[in-house]
Design a protein around this ligand. Structure first.
Ligand SMILES: C[S@@+](CC[C@H](N)C(=O)[O-])C[C@H]1O[C@@H](n2cnc3c(N)ncnc32)[C@H](O)[C@@H]1O
Length: 202
């Protein structure tokens, strides 16, 4: 009797997790279908998203910082990978996109994402550290300014993910060198689509 009750309780929990995951998945698919219909939305996308999802699941972060919310696609990946338990702080300076992201979070049942609206290069100065995972995905011209802040805000052993690092231009080439030369980071560049880097703070 007790065992049966326990199993039924576990099934209930598993079922509610699956339902919650499905809600997130359906918003992710909605965003992807908007792109297929021609809307320009530079999301991390399903291929790099699958990588980010797995890294996040393995890292089990409790505090995530995301620079570049857009409409919330990558935040939703973080929410799903952490079973909506991590605190996500996500920054974007575009108010309209922020509103759309908010709607997407509500539709996906995600309540643990805190949105900050403004210039990431200014907001990060006011943030205090100890994030377990950071995603850097704003305008590429800000990567160099933001890298030292990301390092400062990351706890030792924390994970830094940076999108689009294989873009073929001089600015990104210089940034890649800068990233790979950081003594405090152990970094690999993963050649999925246009590249995502994975670093661990030593
Ligand atoms: C590539 S998109 C982010 C995509 C998102 N991470 C995803 O995968 O769903 C970049 C976003 O960064 C924002 N952005 C660019 N530069 C910024 C800055 N300096 N401060 C805040 N937001 C910025 C843009 O408005 C845009 O929404």
């Amino acid at each position: 009797m007790v065992l049966r009750d326990t199993i039924s309780e576990l099934n209930k929990q598993e079922l509610s997790q699956l339902k919650a995951d499905n809600k997130i998945d359906s918003v992710l698919r909605k965003i992807e279908s908007q792109i297929k219909k021609g809307r320009f939305l530079p999301i991390i996308g399903p291929e790099k998203g699958a990588f980010v999802y797995l890294v996040t699941k393995l890292a089990k972060p409790k505090k995530i910082l995301e620079l570049g919310t857009l409409v919330g696609y990558s935040s939703l990946i973080f929410a799903k990978a952490t079973r909506r338990k991590a605190k996500i702080i996500t920054i974007d300076w575009d108010k309209k996109l922020g509103e759309e992201a908010k709607t997407n979070f509500q539709e996906a049942g995600v309540k643990n994402a805190k949105q900050l609206c403004g210039d990431a290069t200014e907001i990060v100065k006011k943030l205090k550290g100890n994030f377990d995972l950071i995603l850097l995905d704003v305008g590429k011209e800000y990567y160099t300014i933001l890298l030292p802040h990301c390092i400062r805000l990351l706890r030792r052993g924390g994970i830094l993910l940076i999108d689009n690092v294989l873009w073929d231009n001089k600015r990104m080439e210089e940034f890649r060198n800068e990233l790979l030369n950081q003594k405090v980071l152990e970094t690999i560049i993963v050649p999925i689509v246009d590249g995502v880097s994975l670093s661990q703070k030593l």
